[in-house]
Design a protein around this ligand. Structure first.
Ligand SMILES: C[S@@+](CC[C@H](N)C(=O)[O-])C[C@H]1O[C@@H](n2cnc3c(N)ncnc32)[C@H](O)[C@@H]1O
Length: 435
């Protein structure tokens, strides 16, 4: 558990320690961190956490140069606090004096006031000679790319022509995209509401219900959010709906449904389907139920292992199956910079094996003539085009369907979006038909 703190820098240092040292995901850590802070401090704390993770490798390089000897393992929180201080000096437009003194004060909140002098000296030393320090940094590959070496090598291997722009896109802030619940209002009506609220927003050309906000904001400030008029969803995820080609009366399986973005989108797009939404994790499935309730939609939801249909399948074949598979998340690093620290190379073959197993176990549940859509938020070919190539080789009754409007770059075995294409997340789509 992240300890309670009222100091946003100390809270951010503890959250970073939880990710870097204890390998916990930000999704798990952030709610604990937020609950330890006053509402007015939460945005700054979150900004410090995300910003420091995005620039972690260059900030660590600086810290190494500034500290005479590394801090002890038990003082990892201080190491993170130093990085947070450096991040503020390098990337945030805040007065230098306040940035330094507030970071130094956070040592008290961490109950390590003895480190005041050390943090103060390092930050002041950096500030005095920042040009020299910064120049030395940009010459190192990790300082340049802000990714671990194995990840740079993997991206470079899979995308020899695009690897640099992918790494660059991973370090950017992602825009905020909305999906209008067309069962509640039209996209134009919702755009009008946003404009009345003085929020700049524009429709997405390639998503019928999609909107891009010029400035991200707290969802609670969006008009009629609680009444279910709108949800937050990246444009890449919104493009899955067209591939499913849903019609009235279809029997549909959403095999890996939580937290339910695509489950809800299916029902908003075509409410007259018979939809079963599964997820293996009950706490995550609860989020699907909550979201359907907010949006005024209904589906059958079930905690189950999709790869063990003998435990839950009623025996009626499905017209449509969506496998939005568990994956490395290598396409969404800009939204989840902790992925750079939590993933390891062995995760790729292990997840690819899980994905292949899900595909094989669910394929017989599809009607002849039915469609299976396989998606990941990964950019690794082992989880995407190679996965589908191998699947087609194992299943002679499967063929790829071409999309009327390709949702991404065409590969021989599906469509791939790279992070930042159309400002969307990295994503993979394959649409398979059973003959
Ligand atoms: C990429 S997320 C799905 C996102 C979701 N489709 C959406 O649009 O919000 C993958 C989900 O698969 C679930 N999962 C992993 N293995 C599973 C399995 N064998 N059966 C069912 N769900 C599984 C995970 O718990 C996770 O919630």
């Amino acid at each position: 558990m992240v300890k309670k703190h009222s100091d946003p820098r100390a809270a951010a240092a503890l959250a970073l320690t939880a990710v870097i040292k204890h390998h916990r995901s930000l999704n798990a850590v952030l709610p604990e961190t937020a609950s330890s802070l006053a509402a007015t401090q939460q945005a700054l704390c979150q900004q410090l956490i995300y910003g420091t993770l995005r620039h972690y490798y260059s900030l660590s390089g600086l810290a190494e140069k500034l500290l005479q000897k590394p801090l002890k393992a038990k003082d990892q929180d201080l190491h993170q606090l130093l990085l947070i201080g450096l991040y503020q000096l390098r990337e945030m437009r805040k007065p230098v004096h306040a940035s330094i003194s507030e970071t130094v004060n956070a040592t008290k909140a961490l109950t390590k006031p003895w480190a005041k002098g050390l943090i103060n000296a390092c930050l002041r030393e950096y500030q005095r000679h920042r040009d020299t320090f910064d120049q030395a940094l940009t010459q190192t590959p990790t300082g340049l790319h802000e990714h671990p070496d194995w990840l740079v090598t993997q991206v470079r291997h899979d995308w020899p022509e695009d690897w640099q722009s992918i790494l660059e896109a991973n370090n950017q802030h992602a825009p905020m995209f909305l999906r209008v619940n067309l069962q509640r209002c039209s996209r134009q009506q919702y755009l009008d509401l946003l404009h009345q609220d003085n929020r700049q927003a524009e429709p997405l050309a390639n998503c019928a219900a999609g909107i891009r906000l010029s400035q991200p904001c707290d969802v609670r400030l969006l008009p009629n959010f609680d009444a279910g008029w709108v949800s937050v969803q990246d444009g890449a995820a919104q493009q899955v709906i067209e591939l499913l080609d849903l019609h009235v009366g279809h029997v549909v399986l959403d095999a890996c449904a939580a937290p339910g973005g695509k489950t809800a989108h299916m029902l908003e797009h075509q409410p007259e389907i018979d939809l079963l939404a599964l997820d293996i994790e009950s706490t995550r499935l609860q989020r699907v139920d909550d979201s359907l309730k907010r949006l005024g939609l209904t589906a059958k939801t079930l905690t189950a292992d999709a790869a063990s249909p003998e435990a839950w399948w009623h025996g009626n074949a499905f017209d449509r199956i969506l496998i939005d598979a568990p994956c490395t998340g290598s396409g969404v690093i800009r939204r989840h910079p902790d992925i750079k620290f939590l993933r390891k190379p062995a995760d790729i073959p292990s997840l690819a094996a899980q994905q292949a197993y899900l595909l094989d176990k669910l394929w017989p549940l599809l009607k002849r003539g039915g469609r299976m859509v396989y998606t990941t938020c990964s950019i690794f070919t082992a989880e995407n085009a190679h996965q589908i190539e191998a699947f087609l080789a194992r299943h002679p009754d499967a063929s790829l369907i071409k999309a009327d409007q390709p949702p991404g770059r065409e590969t021989p075995f599906g469509y791939q979006r790279l992070p930042g294409d159309d400002a969307f997340d990295g994503f993979f789509y394959a649409c398979l038909q059973r003959s």
